[in-house]
Every structure is written in structure tokens, then in C-alpha cells.
Design a protein around this ligand. Structure first.
Ligand code: PMP
Length: 434
């Protein structure tokens, strides 16, 4: 019989994990390939903190890649999940709660008139693409270099996140026959979008875009970029898919669409709507959403979709997110952190920049003022990031283990946590300046 692991050492746990799990991880970025060294194995999280198997405590700026906007193990969410679990884990049948969550999402995001739950962001984006194709009867999809929309075949072309971290942005195993329908354009390049639509507009089923790119570090849309996507889709009869898996309920209650005033035809959402439990969703105009089964001919399904634990957790979380001032406070707290980090880097003479959108941030080791493109991200100093990352980790601050990921703050990161993070960074920048 296999025994539970007796070791508490991260290195030994990683060695053991590598025996039966490819690369020792269940999702590539976790393997620390982007920064080197051994991943830390997390055993507990509470509020703004994580603890690893060795008992070391960290201030967490990953937040399970975004959804822990209220901090870890929030008591209201834990209670909601416990109560839901006591009522049964999954039925594969409709529940009243999923209707309430759908109603809430439609209230908060006006571009969503109908919504379908999935179990992950990947499924949401994959389904949105199929729906755009089914609705328009066209095959071509436009995607932007460095954007990640999950690991469906059509979307694993010049992708961000783990693929960018590993330096293999296009996956093996994606048939050329699929990839040829994906047109890749540079993020924030309005002219390239216009040229592409002038040439192929009538063949384009849709555009999929991260409205704030968070999978190639953080790249903010330039003025007019999202509006240009809206305009070109309107002219060509193509579907605009805004992927708010990261930005939804994170950069504002109504996501990037609220912040930038551009409406999607289909929006994809992810783990945040289940407060960190496995969930996703895609929703949009009724006319388009009615094309999915059982109403229409575009098939889409999921045994665990709308899982009752995830729905009850999400509902408990939304109660907090809809409180007046929630996002102002989140944004102000993050601004304090970034001002402090910038000051610390400047004092040490380290070339460093930061950017923020709502509760999401980017850190850039560069002199350049241009942080608006995928190319600019690839020119940042990756070695400096690695040094910073490990200096912070060693001292108890957990950042995303890749220079090509955004960071996240929660509503329970206190002034003391921020002060401690800045003090830690001051030490690390001083070390880097030597
Ligand atoms: N879209 C975006 C913008 C993402 O950041 C991610 C993953 N973080 C996905 C889609 C895929 O979501 P998942 O990993 O839940 O499948």
C-alpha cells in the first residue's frame, strides 16, 4: 500500500512528486522553471498568508492566480462551502443557487444576458470560441501574442503564461489544420487589427482578447485598442470575446468592460466566481447564447458544471465584492505597495517599474517607459526578476514564479503586510545593486 509522505522538506516533496506527476506539478508554471529552484509545497493558507510544508510563512501576492480577492479561507466562504458540502457535493442536476449566481453575474456585467457555467477558464474560452464559430459560420479566430486563454487547441498558438515561461509559446500536438485558423496579432497594435480585418474580415468568427493582459506580465490596453476591436467586430459581423478570467471582479466589480467602457459579445470568466473553487463561465448576448445546446446546435456540456460547492462559495464572495468602496480600498492598498516598492528600487538604483489596474499589478525590471507590448515584456531583465523573486521568497514573500505573470492583492493585505513587503524588497534591491 502507498503510504502518505513522511517528509516535510520542499526539496524531498518535489523529488517525490516527480515520481508519478510529470514535472512534479499539475500545471507547468508551478514547477519554478521560470525562476529556477524548488517549488514550495503549500499546506495551509489563511488571510494574506501561505504556509509551506516546512512551516515557513509567506505574504502571498498570487492569491491562487487571482480568485482569493478576500484572502484565503475567508470565514464566510468556508462556512458556505461546509454547508454546501453537508448538502451533497454534486448532483449533475440543476440547483437553485446556480440560477442566483447567473442572475448576479448578469446584473453586474451588463453585456452578459445569459451565462453558462463551466469547470475552468479553459473550458469557458474553448466553448466561447466554438460558439463564435457556430454563430457566425466562420472559422478564423484572432488572438494576440502573449495572451493566454487556456489550453484548447486553437488557442495554444503564441500563447502566454506557462508557455511563455517555458519559451515554447506554440504547443506540440496542435494540428496545423487547427492552428491555421488562428490569426496572431501584436497586442495593442490598432493598425494591425485594422489591416487584418480589411483583408480577412468576412472570414473572422471572432476576436479573443485579455482586456488587460496578465499572462505576459501585466500589459495595459492603450487608448482606443479595445474600442477598435469592438468597431472592427461590428463592421465585419464578428464576435468580440473579452476574456475576463483574470480581470473579471478584479480590476473593477464589472471587470475591464466596466473600467474601459467597451462591451463584449461573449465574456469568459474563471475561478474568481467560485471564490477559488474550480469553476468558469461564459456569457453574452442572448441571441448568441441561444445557439448553445439544448437551445441551439453548438454543443457544450459538463458533468460538474455549476458545481454546488463552487456556486455557494461564489455567492458568499459576491456579498463582499458588492459592498460600496470595496474596489477603491483594494486599489488604494495596492497603490501603497507599489509606491513603496518603486521608492525602494529607486533608492537602490535598480531599474524597476510597476503598473496597476485595480487589484492587479505588474513588476518590470527595465529602464524603458514602454510597457505596452509583448515585445517590451520580452526585453525586461529576466535575470533581475529571478534574483528579486528568490530574495523575496527566502524572506517570506510569495510572488508569481515567472516574470511573465501578473500579481494580485487581496482585501485583507494589511498596512503591516505592505510595510513588511516593502522592507523585504528594500533588502533584496540592496542585494541586487551590489
Ligand atoms: N484565460 C485567462 C486570461 C487566464 O489567465 C487563464 C488561466 N489563468 C485561463 C483563461 C484559463 O483558465 P484555467 O486555468 O482555469 O483553465
Amino acid at each position: 500500500m502507498t503510504q502518505p509522505l513522511s517528509t516535510t522538506s520542499n526539496a524531498e516533496l518535489f523529488a517525490a512528486a516527480n515520481q508519478h506527476i510529470p514535472g512534479g506539478v499539475n500545471s507547468p508554471v508551478r514547477a519554478f522553471k521560470g525562476v529556477g529552484g524548488t517549488p514550495v509545497f503549500i499546506t495551509k493558507a489563511q488571510g494574506a498568508y501561505l504556509w509551506d510544508a516546512e512551516g515557513k510563512q509567506y505574504i502571498d501576492y498570487v492569491g491562487s492566480w487571482g480568485p482569493m480577492i478576500l484572502g484565503h479561507a475567508h470565514p464566510d466562504i468556508v462556512t458556505a462551502v461546509q454547508q454546501a458540502a453537508a448538502d451533497g457535493l454534486s448532483f449533475g442536476a440543476p440547483t437553485p443557487t446556480e440560477t442566483t449566481v447567473a442572475d448576479l453575474i448578469c446584473d453586474i456585467m451588463p453585456s452578459i444576458e445569459m451565462v453558462r457555467m463551466t469547470s475552468s477558464g479553459t473550458e469557458a474560452c474553448m466553448s466561447a470560441i466554438r460558439l463564435a464559430r457556430g454563430y457566425t459560420g466562420r472559422d478564423k479566430i484572432v488572438k494576440f501574442e502573449g495572451c493566454y486563454h487556456g489550453h484548447a487547441d486553437s488557442l495554444l498558438v503564441k500563447s502566454g503564461s506557462g508557455m511563455l515561461t517555458l519559451g515554447v509559446p506554440t504547443s506540440l500536438g496542435v494540428p496545423e489544420d487547427f492552428a491555421k485558423h488562428t490569426i496572431i496579432l501584436p497586442y495593442n497594435d490598432i493598425e494591425a487589427v485594422q489591416r487584418c480585418f480589411a483583408e480577412f474580415g468576412s472570414e473572422i468568427a471572432g476576436i479573443i482578447v485579455e482586456p488587460v493582459a496578465g499572462n505576459m506580465n501585466l500589459v495595459i490596453p492603450v487608448d482606443g485598442f479595445l474600442q477598435c476591436l469592438r468597431d472592427e467586430c461590428d463592421k465585419a459581423g464578428s464576435v468580440l470575446i473579452i476574456d475576463e478570467v483574470m480581470t473579471g471582479f478584479r480590476v473593477a466589480l464589472g471587470g475591464a468592460q466596466q473600467r474601459y467602457g467597451v462591451q463584449a459579445d461573449i465574456t469568459t470568466l474563471g475561478k474568481i466566481i467560485g471564490a477559488g473553487l474550480p469553476v468558469g463561465a461564459f456569457g453574452g448576448k442572448k441571441e448568441i447564447m441561444q445557439c448553445i445546446a439544448p437551445l441551439g446546435g453548438v454543443y457544450q456540456a459538463g458533468t460538474l458544471s455549476g458545481n454546488p460547492l463552487a456556486m455557494r462559495a461564489g455567492l458568499a464572495m459576491f456579498k463582499h465584492l458588492t459592498q460600496p468602496g470595496f474596489y477603491d480600498q483594494l486599489e488604494a492598498q495596492l497603490a501603497k505597495l507599489l509606491v513603496g516598492l518603486q521608492q525602494a528600487a529607486d533608492d537602490a538604483g535598480v531599474a524597476f517599474k510597476t503598473q496597476q489596474v485595480g487589484g492587479m499589478f505588474g513588476l518590470y525590471f527595465t529602464d524603458s517607459d514602454d510597457l505596452s507590448s509583448f515585445e517590451a515584456m520580452t526585453h525586461c531583465n529576466i535575470e533581475a526578476f529571478k534574483q528579486f523573486f528568490h530574495g523575496m521568497l527566502k524572506r517570506g514573500v510569495y510572488l508569481a514564479p515567472s516574470a511573465f505573470e501578473a500579481g494580485f492583492i487581496s482585501s485583507v493585505h494589511s498596512d503591516a503586510d505592505i510595510a513588511q513587503t516593502i522592507a523585504t524588497a528594500t533588502e533584496v534591491f540592496a542585494e541586487m545593486a551590489v
